[in-house]
Design a protein around this ligand. Structure first.
Ligand SMILES: [Zn+2]
Length: 151
């Protein structure tokens, strides 16, 4: 009798522990977006290659490698991400102009042009990827479900 009670209390503790572990596994929206993770499980990577690889930079997995959610709902789904990427570029140009104007006391025009080009080239991978991440999170119709495997 005593033994049975002990076992059930142990399993109760264990289930609480299991619950805590599951909660810890829950990822925040910001972290998942920064890491380029699937909107549904927030574990699987959206992109097959690293951002620094420059190879297949804009490729997206068609299905999440972890939860198998459809990441490309229709052909050419990510064309709209182009507008977000464009907005990133405009924001970059405006910021570079303001920073150069204030910190470097309005340098020659070629300095502006060269800086904008260099910054754009350097940030191109991030712009390409995060525009897709934002687009998928905004319009992808996939919502976060930490218990995706239980249905
Ligand atoms: Zn997933």
């Amino acid at each position: 009798m005593v033994k049975v009670a002990k076992i059930t209390s142990k399993s109760a503790i264990f289930s609480i522990f299991e619950q805590r572990l599951k909660e810890m596994k829950n990822k925040s929206l910001g972290a998942a977006m920064l890491k380029g993770c699937c909107p549904r499980c927030r574990e699987g990577k959206l992109f097959p290659t690293s951002m620094l690889s420059y190879r297949k930079l804009s490729d997206v997995h068609s299905n999440c490698p972890v939860c198998n959610a459809t990441l490309v709902p229709e052909p050419d789904f990510f064309y709209g991400a182009m507008y977000i990427s464009y907005a990133f570029s405009v924001a970059l140009v405006v910021n570079v102009l303001i920073i150069l104007n204030y910190l470097f006391d309005d340098p020659d025009v070629w300095v502006y042009v060269a800086t904008v080009l260099m910054a754009n080239l350097l940030l191109l991978p991030a712009f390409l990827r995060y525009s897709k991440v934002l687009y998928l999170y905004g319009l992808g119709k996939l919502s976060y479900n930490p218990n995706w495997d239980q249905k």
